[in-house]
Ligand binder design. Structure first.
Ligand code: MD6
Ligand code: FE
Length: 220
């Protein structure tokens, strides 16, 4: 049988990344973002120059331990008035930086690998964790169309992701995430509670003592 170059490339691709199903609608694509690494790091650097990381406050008045910024047409923000998507960065009064084309390509490729075709993200939230930073259990429900999935990319030092059920009381499972892992999340899993345990002290060769998480959504 004749084996085309394309088949060989597919074979190589299968070894570069592997998938783990979490539940119906949620999958981890291990190491999937590694081939986009250089573009992701350059994109994050250019976004942060225009829209620096900042610690936002919850509606309850607590300062978040995770520093955040955004790119794309809509950015996720929180302040005393609540959580929302806003086209304007409240720090600069300007629109958020454009989403780099490589970010869109990665988000679409990962979504379609997970079975969600035609994903068109308009929001990319960029979270920066230092050791000790955490994100408490929450649901993602500020987006208009809950049929659209979320694509979540982990870079830098490892974290333990908590993946819970449909109520806050369901005991979450613990999922270690490494540099390059991508979680895709939608359909029947879209409203699962989730969070990130306090990060342990660690050092990453490219990102130092930081974890950066990008979450892509169709918000508007
Ligand atoms: C984080 N992620 O990993 C926070 N939400 O830093 C999230 O809150 C999240 O990873 C929805 C879907 C995937 C996620
Ligand atoms: Fe979330």
């Amino acid at each position: 049988m004749w084996v085309s170059d394309l088949d060989l490339l597919d074979g190589i691709d299968e070894q570069r990344s592997w998938r783990e199903d979490l539940c119906d609608g949620a999958v981890v694509l291990r190491a999937y973002a590694l081939e986009y690494e250089a573009d992701l790091l350059a994109g994050i650097e250019s976004v942060r120059q225009a829209a620096p990381f900042r610690h936002m406050h919850t509606p309850g008045g607590f300062r978040m331990s995770v520093a955040m910024t955004n790119c794309g047409a809509c950015g996720w923000v929180t302040d005393r008035t609540g959580y929302r998507y806003d086209a304007i960065d409240p720090l600069s009064g300007q629109p958020w930086p454009q989403m780099p084309a490589s970010f869109v390509r990665l988000a679409q490729a990962a979504a379609s690998a997970a079975g969600f075709t035609d994903f068109l993200p308009d929001a990319c939230l960029i979270n920066c964790y230092e050791p000790g930073a955490r994100m408490s259990l929450h649901q993602d429900r500020d987006e208009q169309d809950l049929q659209q999935p979320i694509v979540s990319v982990s870079l830098g030092i490892p974290a333990v992701f908590q993946f819970g059920g449909d109520t806050r009381a369901d005991k979450p499972q613990r999922l270690p995430l490494q540099h390059g892992d991508v979680v895709v999340w939608g359909g029947p899993a879209r409203l699962r509670y989730h969070g990130v345990l306090a990060l342990r002290e660690a050092m990453h060769p490219l990102l130092g003592r930081r974890r950066i998480n990008l979450t892509f959504r169709k918000a508007g």
